[in-house]
Write a protein that binds this ligand. Structure first.
Ligand code: BDR
Ligand code: CA
Length: 317
């Protein structure tokens, strides 16, 4: 087997973040070097607690957690989305308190030190607001040229948002940071709503998680009902969209996806379009804001059944 791919997951756990973290930890193709935390689904205090607690539950307290930003770069944090992820970010189900603590470094410092020590080797997997990644890029201007890739969950290039018709939640939480990150000169793959709304777990799939007997799956079975209720009530779905785990799936099975490539700008205005990720592939004056940017791989389609089966098989281990 080839060497496992080295990744850092930047996350705001979050029910689907917990799924993605467990999925990555149970995948031998991936080496999770650390979790960096950010506000979003809950405060950074809570997401850091959850990151530590999830690792403990998985028996992986050896994986360091670096606490990140409490607020967006410019805007004001809108607060936890307890109607999606529960007031505790873990479906109001509780999780045993972690005994480990976050490392002394900030998330941005951890990312910079890790990447610069292994040039060209590390992939960032942000599945929350992009604040920490933008801060790391500011801290070390050579960061991007030393990254292998960024594979992120966020945005909506060709479909409506999930916060409002324009915006997806992670980008909506910090559009200014997102615009910095999409301007980075490194390979970027965007697993946004264009693809994550096409990757769905049904109630029958979720029941299979409920029947698994390992501490990770048992925790997911406790926290998922809150997330499922949100999807039933607000999305009219018989199951859930698979958001954060789709970024992990891309790392494991890129051939299960289709995509388009185009540079992305993020609307950082203060009106209805704020936080929309706008793809702009073309030439001439009309595209002047996009042309200097490297094309982003925008995932647009996936073999949902194959990816769900892959994730379920890993969660069962
Ligand atoms: C994204 O927003 C959060 O609620 C989820 O964890 C996911 O990262 C989906 O829009
Ligand atoms: Ca998330």
């Amino acid at each position: 087997m080839t060497e496992p791919r080295r990744i850092i997951i930047d996350t705001d756990p979050g029910v689907d973040d917990a799924m993605a973290i467990f999925y990555a930890l149970s995948s031998p193709e991936l080496d999770v070097l650390g979790l960096t935390t950010v506000f979003g689904n809950a405060t950074t205090e809570t997401t850091t607690y959850n990151a530590l607690a999830l690792l403990q539950l998985a028996g992986r307290s050896d994986v360091p957690v670096a606490r990140g930003a409490d607020t967006p770069l410019v805007a004001t944090y809108g607060g936890p989305v307890d109607f999606v992820h529960g007031a505790d970010g873990q479906g109001n189900a509780g999780i045993p308190a972690p005994t480990a603590s976050a490392v002394a470094e900030s998330a941005a410092e951890f990312i910079v030190r890790s990447v610069m020590a292994a040039p060209g080797e590390i992939t960032l997997v942000p599945v929350g607001p992009l604040t920490n990644i933008a801060l790391a890029m500011r801290l070390e201007p050579k960061l991007t040229e030393n990254l292998r890739e960024i594979v992120l969950m966020g945005g909506n290039a060709f479909c409506p948002g999930n916060v409002n018709p324009s915006a997806e939640a992670n980008i909506h939480n910090d559009p200014e940071a997102a615009d910095i990150v999409f301007g980075a000169d490194c390979p970027i793959t965007m697993a946004g709503l264009d693809v994550t709304h096409k990757v769905q777990m049904t109630h029958a799939d979720l029941a299979r998680i409920g029947a698994m007997s390992n501490p990770r799956a048992e925790h997911l079975a406790r926290i998922l009902p809150c997330y499922v209720d949100f999807h039933t009530t607000y999305e009219g779905l018989d199951g859930i969209f698979v958001h954060d785990s789709t970024a992990v799936s891309y790392l494991l099975a890129p051939d299960a996806f289709t995509w388009e490539e185009a540079p992305i700008r993020v609307d950082c205005g203060q009106s209805f379009g704020r936080a929309k990720t706008i793809a702009g592939k073309g030439e001439g004056d009309s595209y002047a804001a996009w042309t200097p940017r490297r094309p982003v791989r925008i995932l647009t389609g996936a073999d949902s059944r194959r990816l769900v089966e892959l994730e379920l098989s890993r969660l069962a281990e």
